[in-house]
Design a protein around this ligand. Structure first.
Ligand SMILES: *Cc1c(COP(=O)(O)O)cnc(C)c1O
Length: 419
């Protein structure tokens, strides 16, 4: 983790590298460190299968990195299936699984053609898949009837959640009717793990298997593992998480009289800490009560603070080599360039403005948003007609561009060439 000045010279996210990249590719830009991703993969090796929920960071070069390191992927749209295929994944050993609560016609064709197992989240989907692809390999996504999230928008279980199947018994006649091959049961209780919820989730999983006598090969714990966004937050206790799920797996295995594999499906945990967003200060201004520092990245680039009130640590790099004074910090509101008053990176989940203690900066300095590897670039938009910004990956000792900056021409092309 970082101080408010970017002093961590022993990581690749040091001033020297950042200034070099900004000079070469200009800002704003995303930078990732492959080594951090590899380190996070190693932390989960106890699980039989690690499946990356690619919506957290779906760049195909990152997906390739996962594939080369034995990690499978989850796709939640036709586009994410395409990304998986182009990254070298296929249906062998369930390299890609499609998870959704709805499926459209084109996606049905795709999953049939490439024999991609589907993690089914609604009864309607069972009919729709069965009509097109009888005998298809499926998982069932259970609504655990309760949920948990770092924000109510990321709560994925309970009566108010649209995700998963509420009454799993309804699937039994349909599995028979369409001759589906049921591989496993899946549960994703939401982002931000609370251990008491976890115990309930494990119990619920065991209960569902025992109650309906599904003969399955695997169970999936979903994702939702947290990372320490704040300096004083603690790392996630993987050992405890594994132990709880492993107990559930053992109970299920002994009930079914054969080994059941344990799969984990994180997004955030694998990539969040591997990425930063670098922005340049373009204006420093004051009102009667506030000091605003406005940078050239907006919520079109990084939406988490605006959407969820998420905290991202911000550090500062001087653009002209002068020494910044960390002893003398000011309450600072950090915002972006968008023509929308909510384009503020320092706010809580209610939308109230918050402040950061930052040293005095001026236009030409850089603000670095930390831990933006998950739900950063993948949630970016073109709002305010702003092109997507570059992504740079540090791997095998050097930096390379894994997504170049979108051009204005590319952005407009859908409209200039609309027939
Ligand atoms: C989003 C999602 C995940 C990953 O969630 P994280 O909080 O990033 O770990 C896992 N599984 C499913 C089905 C998801 O939709």
């Amino acid at each position: 983790m970082f101080n408010c000045l970017n002093k961590k010279q022993n990581t690749i996210f040091n001033q020297h590298n950042i200034l070099k990249l900004v000079k070469k590719y200009s800002s704003p830009l995303w930078i990732y460190d492959a080594n951090i991703i590899l380190k996070n993969i190693r932390k989960l090796r106890q699980f039989d299968v690690i499946r990356f929920a690619q919506k957290a960071c779906s760049n195909i070069h990152i997906l390739r990195l996962f594939r080369e390191n034995g990690v499978k992927i989850d796709a939640v749209s036709l586009g994410e299936i395409e990304r998986g295929l182009i990254s070298g994944y296929n249906s062998i050993n369930q390299g890609i699984i499609f998870t959704a609560d709805v499926i459209d016609f084109l996606t049905l064709k795709k999953i049939k053609r490439y024999r991609i197992p589907v993690n089914v989240g609604s009864i309607d989907m069972l009919h729709q898949i069965g009509e097109v692809s009888p005998g298809h390999h499926i998982w069932l996504r259970i609504n655990p009837k309760f949920g948990h999230g770092h924000n109510k928008k990321t709560n994925t279980g309970g009566e108010h959640s649209k995700h998963g199947i509420w009454d799993i018994s309804l699937t039994i006649p349909l599995i028979k009717k369409y001759n589906f091959k049921l591989i496993g049961l899946h549960m994703h209780i939401g982002s931000g793990v609370d251990y008491s919820y976890l115990e309930r989730a494990c119990e619920e999983m065991v209960k569902q298997v025992l109650c309906f006598n599904f003969d399955i090969q695997m169970i999936s714990t979903g994702g939702g593992l947290t990372i320490p966004y704040k300096l004083n937050e603690r790392s996630f206790d993987i050992k405890k998480y594994f132990t709880l799920w492993n107990e559930a797996r053992k109970k299920i295995s002994s009930h079914l009289n054969h080994v059941v594999q344990l799969e984990i499906e994180p997004g955030r945990f694998l990539v969040a800490e591997s990425g930063i967003l670098v922005s340049e200060v373009r204006s420093v201004k004051k009102t009667s009560s506030r000091l605003f520092v406005l940078v050239n990245a907006g919520f079109n680039d990084l939406i988490r603070p605006v959407m969820y009130g998420s905290y991202h640590h911000i550090s500062v790099i001087s653009g002209d080599g002068r020494v910044l004074n960390e002893e003398n910090t000011k309450e600072t509101v950090v915002g972006g360039p968008l023509c929308e008053s909510g384009d503020i990176f320092t706010q809580n989940s209610q939308g109230d403005i918050e402040v950061r203690m930052l040293p005095r900066v001026k236009p030409g300095d850089y603000l670095v948003f930390h831990d933006t590897g998950a739900y950063g670039a993948s949630m970016s938009s073109n709002y305010n007609s702003r092109p997507l910004i570059p992504e740079i990956l540090f791997e095998d000792g050097h930096f390379r561009v894994i997504r170049r900056r979108q051009t204005m021409e590319e952005l407009l092309r859908l409209e200039t060439h609309c027939v």
